[in-house]
Design a protein around this ligand. Sequence first.
Ligand code: Z16
Length: 838
Amino acid sequence: MQTVPNHQVDNLQIEDDRTGLSVECLKRAFLDNLFYVQGKFPKIATKNDYYMALAYTVRDRLLQRWINTAVIYTDRASRTVSYLSAEFLMGPHLGNNLVNLGIYDQVKQAVSELGLDLEDLLEQEEEPGLGNGGLGRLAACYLDSMATLEIPSLGYGIRYEFGIFDQDIRDGWQVEITDKWLHCGNPWEIARPEWAIYVRLGGHTEAYTDERGRYRVRWIPFQVIKGVPHDTPLLGYKTNTANTLRLWTAEAPESFDFAAFNSGDYLGAVQEKMVSENLSKVLYPNDDSSQGKRLRLAQQIFFVSCSLQDMIRIVFGQNVPLEKFHEKFVVQLNDTHPAIAVAELMRLLIDEHDMGWDQAWSITQKSLAYTNHTLLPEALERWPISLFGELLPRHLEIIYEINYHFLEEVKAKFPADSDRLRRMSLIDESGEKYVRMAHLACVGSHSINGVAALHTKLLQQDVLRDFYQMYPEKFNNKTNGVTPRRFIVLSNPRLTNLISSKIGDNWVKNLKDLKHLEAFVDDPEFCSQWRSIKSAIKQDLVAYIQKQNGITVNPDSIFDIQAKRFHEYKRQHLNALHIITLYNRIKANPDIDITPRTFIFGGKAAPGYYMAKLIIKLINSIGDVVNNDPDVRDRLKVVFLKNYSVKFAQRVYPAADLSEQISMAGKEASGTGNMKFALNGALTIGTLDGANVEIREEVGEENFFIFGLTAPEVYALKARGYRPLDYYHSNRELKAVIDRIASGHFSHGDTKLFKPLLDSLLYRDEYLLFADYQAYIDCQDYVSQVYRDRDRWTRMSILNVARMGKFSSDRSIHDYCQDIWNIQSVPIELGECIQAKE
Ligand code: Z16
């Protein structure tokens, strides 16, 4: 590190212009950044210039804490969590940093004194959409909680140039548009080209004997990729801890010494250089399903190898012997996407750092822990052996060897059980051969966890049953959580202020404190404030919908919202069947007394998922008819809000009266939107699936609208032989709904358009919509009735919020720390260490 004399640091007035938090100082720094960083002055500055100037002003304040944190972690060689995830759905940084720095109000005042509106500037930020949905957002909530709980941590992932696509709706259909989140630059990251790392792909291996006579393997790759880290500081809420999100960009190694890798094919290698940049080009837009593409596997080894090599570099940099890797780092695998880490850590320890197999295996198992996020069979990653061996020849050898040792272990524990060996093998040999990534993750980790109690139980009984019998001690549950900073304090300031006016603001760090709200549930003044806040927020969404969709919404109607990825198991189409049921009732009896409802949908479909896209089209088509039918008047409205994102979610959760969590039981691992809605005072209508079970347990069954088959009932019905047609023929309202769609009523007379969807329901109905239809309708009728008793509804809403404390990601992270990571917090003092060391 270069030495900066202290007097020079003093001259920079670090204390004031780059760290000060007063309104005056913030104003000065803001104008300074506008001038010196953006190269603009107020007269010609665009909104984006102002946003950038403010972002740099805030970044300066983060840097002081970030560098302090890094110095202390380095000096103490602190034990560190390394969170490996192919997705981080961070959401906009600016607002969150203002909240966590505790300067939201000061900055609002500072910019307003300069004639600007903070909300306006916040709107400017293009969010990094580097994730699909739940899994990526969970990673982001966990990083926020780790920083807030002062846990040393590094998030490792890929800096995709194109994140999740932007969704447009044309003629009711989803259209995908590339997301250019970097087009205005990214003020939150710092590139660290000096810490670049090289990753090999392809080629072949050669065995040799080393100077000590040991059997060794050399890997001669076909291609080498350079990974450049880009670091973003992540500040905890009202702490000085600023941890790092380190995302890797793939580049061609301009002047790479191919001779060192003994590559003969120079021109081929040069051509492959052009391919290198593709590695971090785009996020695969599939939530909960695996496509088995070569580029995806290349992305996985790329970021996993960069990250593990980076950790080894840090270990050496802190003079920790490599034999203690597992004491310095615990590596959490977010689903199987980074599961190749098992083989890659083995390879690094053995081939690159001369370690013996047994010691390497012990370190690998002690370091790694695996979180499973799904019960869907199509989401379990498997790679064809041929593809795998072509890209990762050395890893395949290592996996075969792990498998050999593992199957010996299984044989010892379960003698003469060849069927079990077949089921548990890391290689699926039932047809074309595959590497099973979930099995690799289970064998190579010391911990395997599910993300909700029911999900963990089903993993143990079903999907990972053999592994549970083999290693019961590895299994544990960690119910998901969400950060109250982003999803209440930032997104719902009105509710935040009301809550804090009654119980103080400890609840932001200690969400269980929301319990104290129960004392006010019979206070009419408080209840009326609660209700008028919800009302005001709904009014804001009404204006947004008017502007976005040109639909006039009744603000007194039930805001009934389903916002999540489109997937058949999540059953947005069951919601649609309810809408049509109400519509049919109105058509049959135009004067019927119906509680007015606004059905709001948001969510993307995977571009290749035809049925999910058809469901989006169906919802928009229903909206076109229902919203314009004079018989309906303003009793029903259907709104599809396009391009659902974190930014957008923050606007939607606070406005909900009713949260739709209606997946077929046994399919949604946890869900996290369910938590965000309930935390903002929505009541839930839901099945006994994922975390719904635990939410209901917490808020009380009288404050939760439950319906439908349970997971065991689902299995039993399927085992008996499920016949959806029977339900169709025996349920008059259901038949009328299906016939209404089939008649072309929502498709300008076109009876073919929705036929694939109707056929799938009538003849397969894999997700049991028909079986749950009547229970859902009855439950919705009950919801409508309860809503009419506004005092009762308000009371239920307050009790929901008061009892949601369990679902803070702080609680989840606390449990990971205790049960899996064995890690303690490291408080950061803002001291002198900002100055460069001698
Ligand atoms: C994902 O978002 C999830 C699972 C998965 O295998 C892949 C992706 Cl990209 C979701 C689950 O569907 C959801 O139930 C869960 O709440 C979320 O992961 C976080 O655990």
